[in-house]
Design a protein around this ligand. Structure first.
Ligand code: FAD
Length: 464
């Protein structure tokens, strides 16, 4: 039993007995490091198991790519990060940062002070977070989790492999899964692709445009990565054709500002003479098909006897995208939602998890959580939302954040952050080429800066 940490004491009923648990956190990306902080603040004993030799996860850029560029070979060596060299954030730094650790440019002017900085700046921010909250001391680097399974007494056995190829089995009260979900490629289904002679790859293995010099490239997808990568490639390629299922079947449009880029509907078929036919009837002789078609949730280490499954990008059943009812609160998932602002969302999920593990907070009964999950699935189905969109929170992320905050007795998402996110989303739709460098939401920036002052001045106090 532990005393409640002073930062949360005011939210606690008097004399509540709190429990300190042994918790394994899998992964030291943006989700894992904030999980470690929140669990530590709540008084738990935390070990973060991280297969890389540093924190940062996705934000650790590497020029290395996988041996199978399309990512289908199960025996390939996995490269975790999907970042490309030119990547700048698609959120302004005010919105993107954790709620009480603002992502502000350094006073010295060093680094990348832009409002939508390059990826190195994000990694630096995460490392500074790690330093300021003592996370590095909690992480076991170069330690890959191979298996997580339930043992008697409702505890978890975690098997990991160290850098020296030592296998370690340990027992934990709880496991928090923070392994990320932008590593395992999802590929578009293209009739005839097996006889098509060109090169296929997934954006997971895209780093720089140079290999596409003078090539004819078909890029499939309409996500944030696709929007960036098609421009990157159009700078050097002979022709770029962007195929997307979100446009009408008759679409055939030149990309504004580019002489060598066109938009098409999805691919109808690929052929052994190298041609590719689009649904609008156009035919292109292409060198490369680049799948910017997203990623699959993947938990190769998790053994739940079928109690938690991944089916068509739905991880479930999960109460509020976090707890499998049958194992709650002893197994949890952080950061599964997409089309969100991930850092603050993960932070709030972790506060909720930490409080439920200590006994400061209470979950509904297993049956009630299951009913809630079923009702959620039924609602999605009734609204015609495909299963693969189960964790898409585009329309309600801030309601979800505020719900988590309320449950855990923390402040909700700031009004300026919500408004700024909406303003930037609109700018991004209207001007994908310019939104990172031109904006009008100066009043919101001022509000954010005012808010940040209290966190920045208290940073020294809140350390560790
Ligand atoms: P990750 O960052 O992927 O971290 C997971 C960690 O788990 C990794 O360190 C990995 O090594 C470790 N791990 C995995 N399996 C194991 C195992 N078996 N054993 C031990 N360790 C393991 N978000 C934004 O907020 N703004 C952006 O602009 C933005 N742009 C993006 C651009 C791209 C191309 C991508 C792919 C994502 C982008 N994101 C962006 C989302 C980004 O994924 C999140 O910001 C955040 O990094 C997710 O953190 P995470 O901890 O959930 O996962």
């Amino acid at each position: 039993m532990v005393n409640p940490p002073s930062t949360i004491q005011s939210n606690l009923p008097a004399m509540l007995p709190l429990h300190s648990r042994n918790v394994a956190v899998i992964g030291a990306g943006a989700a894992g490091i904030v999980a470690a902080r929140e669990l530590g603040r709540e008084g738990h004993k935390v070990v973060v198991l991280e297969k890389d030799n540093q924190i940062g996860g996705t934000w650790v850029y590497t020029p290395l790519v996988e041996t199978d560029p399309i990512g289908l070979d199960p025996g390939r060596e996995i490269i975790h990060s999907s970042l490309y060299c030119s990547l700048r954030t698609n959120l302004p730094r005010e919105v993107m940062g954790y709620t009480d650790y603002p992502f502000v440019p350094r006073k010295s002017g060093s680094g990348d002070p832009r409002r939508f900085p390059g990826h190195t700046e994000v990694l630096t921010y995460l490392k500074e977070f790690g330093r300021d909250f003592g996370i590095h001391e909690m992480v076991r680097y170069e330690t890959e989790v191979l298996n997580v399974g339930l043992v008697e007494n409702n505890k978890w056995r975690v098997r990991s492999k160290t850098r020296h190829d030592c296998y370690i089995d340990e027992i934990y009260d709880a496991v928090v899964v923070c392994n990320g979900h932008y590593t395992e490629p999802r590929i578009a289904d293209i009739p005839g692709i097996n006889s098509w002679p060109g090169k296929q790859m997934h954006s997971h293995n895209y780093r720089v445009p140079e290999p596409f010099q003078d090539k004819v490239v078909i890029l499939i997808g309409g996500s944030a990565s696709a929007v960036d990568i098609c421009r990157d490639i159009a700078g050097v390629a002979k022709e770029v054709y962007v195929a997307s299922r979100s446009v009408a079947d008759e679409t055939y449009e030149k990309h504004p500002g580019y002489d060598n880029m066109w938009h098409h509907p999805m691919i109808e078929s690929a052929h052994k003479d190298g041609t590719v036919v689009f649904r609008n009837g156009n035919v292109v002789l292409a060198d490369v098909i680049l799948h910017c078609t997203g990623y699959k949730y993947n938990f190769p280490f998790l053994d739940t006897n079928g109690n938690v499954t991944v089916d068509d990008s739905c991880v479930g059943p999960l109460y509020k995208h976090v707890f499998p009812p049958v194992f709650a609160p002893w197994l949890s998932f952080v950061g599964l939602p997409w089309k969100v602002v991930p850092f603050p969302l993960c932070e709030l999920q972790c506060k909720w998890i930490a409080g439920n593990l200590s006994g400061r907070l209470a979950l509904p009964s297993q049956e009630e959580m299951m009913e809630d999950v079923k009702a959620f699935y039924s609602k999605l189905e009734a609204s015609g939302i495909p299963k693969r969109y189960t964790h898409n929170m585009a329309s309600y992320q801030f309601d979800y954040d505020d719900w988590l905050a309320e449950q855990s007795g923390s402040p909700g998402i700031e009004e300026w952050r919500k408004q700024m996110y909406n303003a930037v989303s609109k700018k991004k739709r209207d001007g994908p080429e310019t939104y990172r460098d031109e904006w009008e939401d100066h009043d919101l920036i001022l509000q954010a800066e005012e808010d940040f002052i209290k966190h920045i001045s208290s940073r020294v106090v809140t350390k560790k």
